[in-house]
Design a protein. Structure first.
Length: 663
């Protein structure tokens, strides 16, 4: 799907009719435009009507409005003319739509192509929901998002009565004040519906609601069920306890539910034990119990029964589990389907699948022993990804880890933000030899030049293909050591961003890159300057690099000219150069050099870019192989007139353009 967000994403205080008409004219003439977005533009009914009528002659399939104060009249105007358009996705977030607008939408969506309707954060109450439940029967809508509205128990009851005759498969009712009474009413109407995903998070649901829902799930098609909350103590939080967990454990038997989110509820050890006992007779593969009151006893109960379940993802992070429970869980992974383990403090990104536990490893007196016990438990499991980011294990902990990884199946190891210094890296460089680790993330540690040197000396004996050393303060001496150690290694992806690497470091790295396997090099947010850029440019044709990131590196027009010459006869297809004070002069040099290259994607731009500069950039790149261009800056995006001018210059010259504002 192709979109042109640089002018269709409008964030202004007001928007004129001629602006909408101009955008529609461009959309009519360009079949690649499939999405329109209008935000914070105070669009009223008159503008909405003009816009909606103009959609009929376009290829637009997705239209999104948010925070425009559209209101009921705007919703009515929009839906009256949707027939005959190709719009399948309609998002009306925070538009002040109430019951009247919901009724108009429900009636007007008949005979349209719309399959996805988002009415989140509006003012829709029970009457509006009742109208939607009745009106959507004769539509193609399969996804309905009503979160953060005023539905309540009465609205839930109305939905329950009408759902059977709709095509809705995904229903989001989070934060709609349903409470136990509303869930009880909804549960009675679930059988016979097409629903596969149901979100009831943040609805003040307690044990009684969970029990009613558990009974109502039987005989339904629901596979994903969300009963989580934002945070403990929030007035809208669900508060399901052990009794509710026990009811769900029983009720889920024989259902099709594969994903259950119970995070941020009041479930303790008793509830965990009940869930553990019931899981073996369910289809559940993903269970989220993070931010609950489960302790070591509950963890042990779950660990003992994991082998007889289908669980691939179990989140117990930020619960009450200590070292004893964590050890039991890891040991319980043998003969299970779990392939990833994540230990962390606080909130953090997660693997798509795995076991998530929060465990402090920063106390030198106990951290190393805990790490040693955990790595011993990994042997004999299927775990291939181990994430210990942000556990602050330090050098002592990483030494214990290095000793224990041999004999495991771990291929991906994340040790970012761990207070690891040179001593820890030296131990790791030695310990990883003979392991199966291919991806190593050491970003945001205190490695320094000494640690970089130790790592460089051990790389040849490792299987590492992806190495992240971003923000590790290695500087020019460290990158010089790495450059000398790269040849003969298997490293294909190398991230050295944010390391205060200067001209000398860039020159050393340039020489070291020859005859290596590196295909992706990230040197962004360093100080390599024009001289460093020239050094890199001179050796690029002798490397296998296909993606080069040099944004925010003080290159300037002089460095851009050097790169333009060096890009010829290279394998580079993507290059990032934004925030480098490259003006039109440098861009012209790049464009001239790019004519004889394989580069298809480039990012440029600083705050200087305005309409004149945009026109010049469009002209200089038109005869290159560039199909995707990203422009960072803010001058054009601040007014519809500038946005129109930018669109006019770029719309036919590039397959994909991204205008990325900076505020």
């Amino acid at each position: 799907m192709l979109a042109i967000p640089w002018f269709l994403h409008t964030f202004c205080l007001s928007i004129a009719l001629d602006t909408i008409q101009h955008q529609l004219e461009i959309a009519r003439n360009d079949p690649t435009i499939t999405e329109l977005t209008f935000g914070k533009s105070r669009i009223r009914a008159a503008e909405v009507k003009v816009l909606a009528e103009g959609l009929k002659d376009t290829q637009v399939t997705k239209i999104e409005f948010f925070c425009n104060c559209m209101g009921d009249t705007g919703a009515e105007a929009l839906v009256q003319v949707l027939k005959g358009t190709k719009v399948t996705t309609l998002k009306l977030h925070a538009e002040g739509i109430g019951d009247a607008g919901a009724k108009a939408l429900a009636e007007g969506l008949k005979d349209t192509e719309t399959t996805m309707l988002d009415l989140s954060s509006n003012r829709i109450g029970a009457a509006g929901v009742e109208a939607l439940a009745q009106g959507l029967k004769d539509t193609r809508v399969t996804t309905l998002i009503l979160c953060t509205n005023r539905i309540g128990a009465a609205g839930a009851e109305a939905l329950a009565k009408g759902l059977k005759d709709t095509k809705i498969t995904m229903l989001d009712l989070s934060d709609t004040d349903m409470r136990d009474a509303g869930v009880r009413a909804l549960a009675q109407g679930l059988r016979g519906t097409q629903l596969t995903t149901l979100d009831l998070s943040k609805n003040r649901i307690g044990d009684a609601g969970a029990e009613a829902l558990a009974e109502g799930l039987k005989g339904t098609r629901i596979t994903s069920l969300y009963l989580n909350s934002d945070y403990m103590g929030n007035l809208n939080s669900n508060h399901i306890g052990d009794a509710g967990a026990k009811a769900l454990a029983e009720g889920l038997k024989g259902t099709q539910v594969t994903m259950l989110d119970l995070s941020r509820n009041r479930i303790g050890d008793a509830g965990a034990k009940a869930l553990a006992e019931g899981l073996k007779d369910t289809q559940i593969t993903t269970l989220d119990l993070s931010y609950t009151n489960i302790g070591d006893a509950g963890a042990k109960a779950l660990a003992e029964r994991l082998q007889s379940t289908r669980i691939t993802t179990l989140d117990l992070s930020n619960s009450k589990i200590g070292a004893v429970g964590a050890k039991a869980l890891v040991q319980g992974l043998k003969d299970t389907q779990v392939t990833a383990v994540r230990f962390y403090r606080g909130s953090a990104s997660k693997f798509p699948q795995g076991l998530y536990i929060t465990l402090d490893l920063d106390d030198p007196s106990v951290g190393a022993a805990r790490v040693r016990a955990l790595t011993r438990g990994l042997k004999g499991t299927r775990v291939t990804r181990l994430n210990l980011s942000g556990t602050y294990m330090g050098d002592t902990g990483v030494k214990a880890l290095a000793e224990g990884l041999k004999g495991t199946e771990v291929t991906t190891l994340d040790l970012s933000s761990n207070n690891i210094g040179p001593a820890g890296v030296r131990a790791l460089a030695e310990g990883l030899q003979g392991t199966q680790v291919t991806t190593l993330d050491l970003s945001r540690n205190h490695i320094g030049p000494t640690g970089a040197n130790a790592l460089a000396q051990g790389l040849k004996a490792m299987q590492i293909t992806m190495l992240n050393l971003s923000h590790t303060n290695i500087g020019d001496p460290g990158v010089r050591a790495l450059a000398q150690g790269l040849q003969g290694t298997q490293v294909t992806t190398l991230d050295l961003s944010r390391n205060r690497i200067g001209e000398a470091g860039a020159e050393a790295l340039a020489q070291g890159l020859k005859e290596t396997q590196v295909t992706m090099l990230n040197l962004s947010s360093n100080i390599i300057g024009a001289i460093g850029a020239r050094a890199l440019a001179q050796v690029l044709k002798h490397t296998k690099i296909t993606k080069l990131c040099l944004d925010d590196s003080y290159i300037g027009d002089t460095g851009a000219r050097a790169l333009a010459q060096g890009l010829k006869n290279t394998q580079i297809t993507k290059i990032k150069l934004h925030n480098n004070d490259i003006g039109v002069v440098g861009a012209r040099a790049l464009a001239q050099g790019l004519k004889e290259t394989q580069v298809t994607a480039i990012s440029l731009g600083d705050d200087y870019i305005g309409v004149v500069e945009a026109r010049a950039l469009a002209e200089v790149f038109k005869d290159t192989e560039i199909t995707e261009i990203s422009l960072y800056g803010s001058n054009v995006n601040r007014s519809p007139a500038r946005a129109r001018a930018l669109a006019q210059e770029f719309k036919r010259k590039f397959r994909c353009v991204r205008w990325i504002p900076r505020y």
